[in-house]
Structures are given as C-alpha cells and as structure tokens.
Write a protein that binds this ligand. Structure first.
Ligand SMILES: [Zn+2]
Length: 297
C-alpha cells in the first residue's frame, strides 16, 4: 500500500529535523481530522470528501509508514484505497496523512499566523498539503507531475488557503517640497536734504559827521568832518545739507520646505516572499523524480 502512495521523501530530512520542533511533547496517539485543513484540502483536491488526518505522535507515524523511514516521509495518500480499506485500523479512503513533524508547526501557523514562521517549516508543511491534495486532484501517482504542479500553484494556495497575501498595503510618508513665502525687512539708505540758516557777520560802513572846534581869528568855531565807521551786523543765509537715513522696505521671499504626505503603496509581503522562496529551495533539494517534473496544467 505504500508503493506509489507516499510522497515527499526528504533528502532534506536532516535539515528539517533542525527546523521543526519536536512534535512528541503532547502526544495524542490517535489520528483525527482537522476542520480547517479538511476545507483547505477539499478546495485544493476538488474532492468534497477529502480529509486531512493528523496526529502528533511519532510512534504512530512510524507504524503507519513502516517499513519506510518515518523521518523521511512527510505525508502520503493511498490513492487507490477502496472506501472500506484500512491500515493499522485507520481508514485510508480519500485521506491525506500528514507527518507529526509537519502537523505541529502547521497547526500553529493556522492558529497564530505565519508572520513569525520559520520560512522552511512553513513552506514544507504547506507544500506537502498541496502535493497530497494534488494526487487526488489529478488522480495521479506521478510524483514528478504532482510535485511540479504543487510548486507551480504554491503561491496561489499560499494566499487563498493559508491567508498570506503576495503584497501588502503599506502607508508610507512621501516627501514633497513647497515654496513658503515670508516677509523680510530690508534696510536701505537714503540721502535726506534739509535747509539750515547759517549766521554770518558783516562789517557795514556808515558815515558820521564828527564835530570839531577850530580857532578862526581868535574865535572857536565848530566844524564837521565826515568819518567812515563800521558796525557788525549778523546776517543769515540758507544752506542745503543732507544726511543719511536708514529706512526699511518689506520684501517677500520664499524658502523651500520639505513636507510629507501619507500615501498607501503596495509592497511585497516579505512573509510571502520568504515562504515561496523556501518552497522553491525545498523542491530543488528533493530527490528525483520529485524535483524533475513539468506541470502540464
Ligand atoms: Zn506524492
């Protein structure tokens, strides 16, 4: 029942053992369905009664895949099981079995979100679900084809089924410049004329008749002579002078200011990018024929 049934054998098992948490802490030891994974797998497989069967007990996983190495098998389906077929008492029909090493982180991401997920753990666990569901979707046991189609559609399902968008709307601060006018007082000098009265003195001549006595034939006679005298007069003249005055005029200038507006931009979702990159890396690390298919769909 295991031939041509299981899939995703991992050459990367050593790497995965380091990436995934130890799943055995809270062993349940019974297989059970998972409502969210069931809905996801039905969408991927286009089969309305597909169920994803999980548990977190390593011994039960080893029993289911015996004699294969349980650490190298990450999931399987029994594609041609009849509706009543069982193995170890577990019904196989239209069921996807997921290794505990994947179920533990996968259930955590579905419950708590993928943002802090280890990209490799997130990529491998979700790729295995797609891979196993595609065995049903294409009703094919061709591991190369199934795995190629799972990888091709990985980004689509990562968004649709696991809620991780390829891009995010992000608010960014976009700078822009504005010219801001402002007024300044600019000093300038003017020559201001003003008139002053300047005093000056002049000597003004005037004549006076000065009497004097002379003896004429023994008689004193008064005679006059004309004498020129001077008096000082104050006069004024108007002079124009000038002084320098500082005045101010108002000028409008402008300066460039950087301002910011909030814009919503679409940016790549780093969680999506890292998980899809890890899925591609994991695909390439898988052994032939898992890494060598072409998806015709
Ligand atoms: Zn397979």
């Amino acid at each position: 029942m295991r031939k041509g049934v299981l899939l995703v054998v991992a050459a990367a098992a050593v790497v995965l053992a380091a990436v995934f948490a130890n799943p055995s802490a809270a062993a349940i030891r019974t297989w059970r369905g998972h409502e969210r994974l069931d809905a996801i797998a039905r969408d991927m497989s286009q089969l309305p009664d597909v169920g994803v069967w999980v548990q977190d007990a390593a011994p039960d996983w080893a029993a289911m895949v015996y004699p294969e190495d349980p650490q190298t098998i990450l999931g399987f389906v029994a594609l041609r099981a009849t509706p009543t077929a069982t193995y170890n008492g577990v019904a196989l029909y239209h069921r996807i079995f997921v290794a505990p090493i994947l179920y533990s982180p996968l259930s955590g991401y579905i419950t708590s979100g993928w943002e802090s997920a280890n990209p490799t753990a997130a990529a491998v666990s979700s790729l295995v679900i797609i891979h196993e569901a595609y065995h049903f979707r294409y009703w094919s046991s061709d591991e190369a084809l199934v795995n190629a189609c799972a990888l091709k559609d990985f980004p689509y399902w990562l968004t649709k089924s696991f809620g991780i968008p390829a891009s995010l709307l992000k608010e960014v601060q976009v700078p822009y410049t504005v010219e801001v006018p402002y007024e300044v007082q600019v000093p300038y000098e003017v020559q201001v004329s003003y008139a002053v009265k300047v005093a000056y003195s002049v000597r003004v001549p005037y004549k006076v008749r000065v009497p004097y006595k002379v003896l004429v034939r023994g008689k004193r006679v008064t005679r006059y002579r004309t004498v020129t005298r001077y008096r000082t007069e104050n006069r004024y003249r108007t002079e124009t002078r000038s002084r320098t005055e500082t005045r101010y005029r108002t000028e409008t200038r402008s300066r460039t200011e950087t301002r910011y507006r909030t814009e919503t931009q679409t940016v790549n979702n780093p969680t999506f990018a890292s998980i899809t990159a890890a899925a591609t890396a994991f695909y390439k690390s898988q052994p032939y024929p898992y890494n060598a298919g072409v998806c015709p769909y």
